[in-house]
Design a binder for this molecule. Structure first.
Ligand SMILES: [Zn+2]
Length: 310
């Protein structure tokens, strides 16, 4: 049976690294442990991704910004980060970005790649924002385009926050279609994606899923992608501290199923990134991310079969 490639970015953040911070960095290790404990991913099946290189980061980020990061300098380009700027934190973000590059390459080769990390959609080409230093989604797409592995990509961003950095990076680039479905009245300051669906909060499951279905049709029709990156943020969840869309575990699992099935039906390879998740109980965030990984496992055979038939 065809299974997704599961990517483990390195280094793995340690619990307590940020002190009392709303961003639960320990979730990545907890997701890995939960997938192993349940037998979803055997310990030997993880693929360890090398951190993103300077050369890869330069495909998206400006030299001035990367120089600020390398020097750990607070400037107008780094000061919008809501995380510390130190060598360990930067190495984590290089790792997350390397994970997404590996997930993208694995998806093109095998159908589905899951980075247990990433989804850093608030990072712009020339500055940090929120909890994001590097835009791993954009770097992954640019690496594949440079390698000639893909021509047209779509970003399907279902985090509760708009994918503002991703939207700006690909603005005016017809080869990448950006779609974001998010809570409208919420951080960040919005940029224009190719398709934005800003939702009132809280929204019921029926309206959410109807909006998602309609949007997916538009993404595949207008974007005509041969590759998809899915940002599967866990923060549209009802128990999230930063968002108020009010979706349940079941709603989010259905969201994952619909996005990934839309790729599978069309035989389009998909890289999955985890994105945000700030539930009062970190176990809830972990459970949502684990369910996303299971949705990827569930659709991988159908996607492989569709690709084989094309
Ligand atoms: Zn978010």
């Amino acid at each position: 049976m065809t299974r997704p490639a599961f990517i483990a970015p390195v280094p793995l953040p340690e619990a307590g690294l940020l002190g009392e911070h709303v961003f639960p960095l320990e979730k990545y290790g907890l997701v890995r442990a939960a997938l192993e404990a349940a037998g979803d991913v055997s310990p030997g099946a993880w693929r360890i991704a090398p951190p993103a290189t300077d050369d890869e980061l330069r495909l998206v980020h400006t030299a001035e910004y990367l120089d600020d990061i390398a020097s750990l300098r607070w400037t107008e380009r780094t000061l919008h980060s809501e995380l510390p700027l130190d060598a360990l934190v930067v190495s984590l973000f290089r790792g997350f970005t390397g994970g997404t590059i590996a997930a993208c390459r694995a998806a093109v080769a095998e159908g589905v790649g899951v980075n247990v990390g990433g989804g850093l959609h608030h990072a712009f080409a020339d500055h940090a924002e929120g909890f994001c230093y590097f835009n791993d989604i954009a770097v992954g797409i640019r690496v594949l385009q440079r390698e000639g592995a893909i021509e047209r990509a779509a970003v399907i961003d279902c985090d509760v926050h708009q994918g503002n950095g991703t939207a700006r990076i690909f603005a005016g680039d017809d080869s990448v279609f950006t779609f974001s479905i998010h809570q409208e009245h919420l951080y960040p300051e919005k940029q224009r994606s190719d398709l934005d669906v800003g939702l009132d909060d809280p929204i019921g499951d029926e309206l959410y899923l109807r909006a998602l279905d309609a949007s997916l049709g538009v993404v595949f029709a207008l974007g005509a992608p041969d590759f998809v990156v899915y940002q599967a943020g866990a923060d549209p969840y009802a128990g999230d501290r930063l968002g108020n869309l009010g979706l349940s575990f079941a709603d989010l699992a259905e969201r994952d199923r619909r996005v990934l099935s839309a790729c599978a039906e069309r035989g389009i390879p998909c890289a999955v990134t985890l994105g945000g998740g700030y539930a009062a109980d970190t176990d809830d965030t972990v459970a949502i991310h684990v369910a996303t990984c299971r949705a990827a496992i569930a659709i991988a055979p159908a996607l492989a079969a569709r690709r084989a038939a094309q």
